[in-house]
Design a protein around this ligand. Structure first.
Ligand SMILES: [Fe+2]
Length: 381
């Protein structure tokens, strides 16, 4: 393990119930006079979205919205969003929603200033330095779920509509200038989405904590993020109007994304191909494979997980922690097998080949070989 790393930490976060009312003030503080709110189709007509547009309009900032965004945002959505941004003469983006609205909004703000194709900025080496910085529009992020953490991240996941592969597009300027974390916006989330997105936040914390890279700041944040999920996800699941629980899950989600600068691992490596081929819910898929990956990683992380269990108030060390994950999953109504999400065994070879080259595989504490990935799919489907 090397004690050398490049660290950065996130942005101005305006946290608290009802703080969406400050949206126009924050637009003005970053120089936006004519913002474009980017969200997904499902959210476009929802009261929380219309409420945000009302705040903008009342402050003389208009109520422009672009919502032609698929659940897995792609390059076609992106081109249409950039066109809407330019045609409307906008000067900033409000990225609003779950992962899809946030990721596409951030990408629109970035691509508004570029002449090269978006794939030239994939998160490979120093490709991000190819970008022209001047034309990148400011971003305000407003999450409406508690899981992705994209509101504090410097990347977006965009699907290539020709190859059907998901690409991570990275630039430091993807980091929103301001993030408004208003837990009231998450109150209307359906139970299954609360469960799935919450388990995504837990997976981010668990995998970041377990990765072998040296990043003690992130390790600490990951540990406290797991504690918040343990205490508050069951409450948010049982009673969606429990604002204290919703708020703490929103914190846990942001903390998970901050923490995973330290790396992710095989939970995500397995989950990504499953999602790409079967369109399953990302966080739910993570939760299904989590116990098997935990057991697979045991030789490398047994002591670390025992320490986490002690911090979380779980007795029994590693075994106690593993039992806790299984019981949490059951409490949230998440199935034990991927077959319950519609995944078959016929594409295991293909998915295993995708898993071992997934960018997250390098952060797994035990090497994810092709045989190991196949075995994990056989075990979890
Ligand atoms: Fe995730």
């Amino acid at each position: 393990m090397s004690i050398t790393a490049n660290w950065s930490y996130p942005t101005a976060i305006k946290f608290g119930a009802g703080r969406i009312k400050e949206l126009a003030d924050h637009c003005k503080s970053v120089g936006m006079k004519k913002p474009l709110l980017v969200t997904d189709r499902g959210l476009a007509s929802m009261p929380i979205t219309q409420g945000a547009l009302d705040v903008l309009e009342a402050a003389g900032l208009g109520r422009a919205i672009f919502a032609d965004v698929d659940p897995n945002p792609n390059d076609v959505n992106l081109a249409a969003g950039v066109k809407a941004f330019k045609d409307g003469g906008h000067d900033g983006v409000i990225a609003f929603g779950g992962g899809s609205g946030l990721d596409l909004g951030k990408a629109v703000a970035f691509m508004a200033g570029q002449t090269r194709p978006v794939w030239d900025f994939e998160d490979i080496g120093d490709w991000w330095t190819r970008a022209s910085v001047e034309g990148i529009a400011p971003i305000i992020a407003v999450p409406t779920t508690a899981g992705t953490g994209s509101e504090v991240g410097r990347a977006s996941v965009i699907t290539n509509s020709e190859t059907h592969t998901k690409k991570v597009i990275f630039h430091p300027k993807f980091l929103p200038a301001v993030t408004i974390c208003d837990p009231e916006l998450t109150v209307g989330m359906p139970k299954a989405i609360t469960a799935g997105t919450g388990m995504d936040a837990f997976a981010h914390c668990l995998e970041a904590y377990s990765s072998p890279f040296y990043h003690p700041m992130s390790a600490g944040i990951a540990l406290e993020g797991m504690r918040l999920v343990k205490e508050y996800l069951p409450r948010a699941f049982k009673d969606g109007t429990d604002i204290e629980a919703r708020a703490n899950m929103m914190s846990a989600a942001a903390m998970g994304a901050v923490a995973f600068q330290k790396g992710l691992g095989a939970i995500h490596s397995l989950s990504h191909p499953v999602g790409a081929l079967y369109n399953t819910h990302h966080g739910t898929t993570n939760a299904v494979v989590m116990p098997a990956v935990l057991a697979f990683n045991r030789p490398a992380i047994e002591e670390k997980i025992a320490a986490a269990a002690a911090y979380l108030g779980i007795s029994g060390g590693f075994d106690g922690f593993a039992d806790y994950v299984v019981s949490l999953r059951a409490e949230l109504g998440i199935p034990e097998k991927l077959s319950a999400l519609g995944v078959g065994t016929d594409r295991i070879d293909e998915m295993a080949a995708m898993a071992i080259v997934d960018p997250t595989a390098g952060g797994n504490p035990v090497e994810l070989t092709l045989d190991a990935a196949k075995a994990l799919f056989h075990e979890t489907i």
